[in-house]
Design a protein around this ligand. Structure first.
Ligand code: NDP
Ligand code: GDR
Length: 373
């Protein structure tokens, strides 16, 4: 029997890697996509299958985590063996601006899915994965953070995800459902959304190197994160649903770096040596040396990174460092891609796009790159 998986958030970073992974494993993969005024399936277009073809194994359904009847209908139609709830308003800073919507999608959306599984009598058939987050630790109570570390969320996003975490545990305990949480630390890739810090850096610096932007405006560069590669982390999401008993796991690399270090590595990948000077809102990064031909638009002395307090958060999560030893011991999981390798891959992909845009611009085309406002 072919296994069926349903992924919410299939058009996002993790959803796209997970869909690829499950298709390779022979699953029939169903995904929920939102209606948008523009196409929003770029991350999964390469696995798209013509709906007119036979034996379709990748099927998209219109839906939304704010709509119970829609979720119930899709679950009833698909009768999935596994549900991966990756859909979310996933941006921490945006959650301060849209707290109620974030709660509706991230907290209530999780409840809607669990309750639909139960109402349809699928609670013994369908296994449920909840995309929980290191943001639950927020103001950290213990270093490194593990499965038993107490939570102290620091944003509307993290508070909503706290509800998602506990309602998943509750449905497991109350109804015997196979439901579990992956407490994932930050994970990135060339498919990362453009306004998360790593992608903002790799894309921004590649654009600056090619003369498409002038300066990168950053928030708190002292923030420390435990960054892994999304490809490694979706493998673990699947592994969590293949155990005899459902359990919650921390997924992390166990190493931590600052945002500033990530900027340095990205610049180095472009042949640029940066010098950071000043403090707080006056901190800037200046080009100290240039090697090779990846940054033709720059000269020594250019200031290409500045701080903009607009990107500071009302309550910041200063430091996160995960302890993935339970995942290693019980599931044999270990990350395969280092953060430096991931940074190199992200810069290389963003540079290719920037070079294409710069070529078009040099040849008289009106090229505008979107930047975070
Ligand atoms: P993305 O922001 O890249 O993707 C989020 C997905 O959710 C997109 O497909 C988005 O659709 C969809 N979505 C947003 N709102 C709704 C809604 N109302 N109804 C249905 N779908 C919706 O996130 P990631 O792939 O990075 O993360 C996946 C999950 O893991 C999220 O839940 C996130 O909170 C969580 N997480 C992520 C971590 C990370 O470091 N990446 C770490 C820990 C947890 P659209 O494409 O239309 O916007
Ligand atoms: P985070 O990721 O909030 O950890 O949530 P993000 O990349 O947005 O921020 C990481 C850290 O970098 C600091 N920072 C900036 N962040 C952004 N976005 N833009 C900036 O200009 C900037 N300057 C500094 C932030 O203040 C923060 O400390 C991500 C999301 O994927 C969540 O969905 C997920 O749950 C967590 O990771 C784990």
């Amino acid at each position: 029997m072919v296994k069926k998986a349903l992924i919410t958030g299939v058009t996002g970073q993790d959803g796209s890697y997970l869909a690829e992974f499950l298709l390779e494993k022979g699953y029939e993969v169903h995904g929920i996509k939102r209606r948008a005024s523009l196409f929003n399936t770029q991350r999964v277009d390469h696995v798209y299958q013509d709906p007119h073809a036979d034996n379709q194994r990748f099927i998209l359904h219109y839906g939304d985590l704010t709509d119970s009847s829609n979720l119930t209908r899709i679950l009833q139609e698909v009768q999935p063996d596994e549900v991966y709830n990756l859909g979310a308003q996933s941006h921490v800073a945006v959650s301060f601006e849209a707290p109620e919507y974030t709660a509706d999608v991230d907290a209530m959306g999780t409840l809607r899915l669990l309750e639909a599984i139960r109402l349809l009598g699928l609670e013994k058939k369908t296994r449920f994965y909840q995309a929980s987050t290191s943001e639950l630790y927020g103001l950290v109570q213990e270093i490194p953070q593990k499965e038993t570390t107490p939570f102290h969320p620091r944003s509307p996003y993290a508070v909503a995800k706290l509800y998602g975490y506990w309602i998943t545990v509750n449905y497991r305990e109350a109804y015997g459902m196979y439901a579990c949480n992956g407490i994932l630390f930050n994970h990135e890739s060339p498919r990362r959304g453009e306004t998360f810090v790593t992608r903002k850096i790799t894309r921004g610096l590649a654009n600056i190197a090619q003369g498409l932007e002038e300066c990168l405006f950053m928030g708190n560069m002292d923030a420390l994160r435990d960054w892994g590669h999304a490809k490694d982390y979706v493998r673990m999401q699947w592994m969590m649903l293949q155990q005899d008993q459902p359990e919650d796991f921390v997924i992390a690399t166990g190493v931590q770096y600052s945002v500033r270090e990530f900027i340095q590595w990205s610049a180095n990948e472009l042949g640029i040596t940066l010098r950071f000077e000043g403090e707080g809102v006056d901190e800037v990064a200046t080009v100290e040396a240039i090697e090779g031909d990846k940054a033709p638009a720059l000269k020594v002395g250019d200031v290409i990174v500045r701080v903009d307090p607009r990107y500071f958060r009302p309550a910041e999560v200063e430091t996160l460092l995960g302890d993935p030893s339970m995942a290693k011991e019980k599931l044999g999981w270990e990350p395969e891609i280092t953060v430096q390798e991931m940074c190199a891959e992200m810069v290389s992909e963003d540079l290719k796009v920037a070079q294409r845009h710069a070529f078009l611009k040099r040849n008289g085309h009106d090229v505008r790159v979107s930047v975070e406002k």
